[in-house]
Design a protein around this ligand. Sequence first.
Ligand SMILES: [Zn+2]
Length: 85
Amino acid sequence: MTLFSAAYYAELARTMNCPRCDRPAGRDEVDNGVGILVGPYGCPCGWSENPDYDTSGGPRHDDAGYRLDQWGGATPPQTIESEIR
Ligand SMILES: [Zn+2]
């Protein structure tokens, strides 16, 4: 039985290398019990599939001070402070 569209399964099967440094790119995937959600592919070099999260030019922060990473993650400033202690 097919629960989701062919495009959904194609996206889950998709892999890619970083277009800049050719290393295998990674992404976050989470099963919420209904389906699998995926984030943008990103690379340790800072490249992100989503230009809004590209960190090639250094760390990026949103308007609330959250640090954005190339995988679409946003870390609140409080967490960063606690990691220092
Ligand atoms: Zn790269």
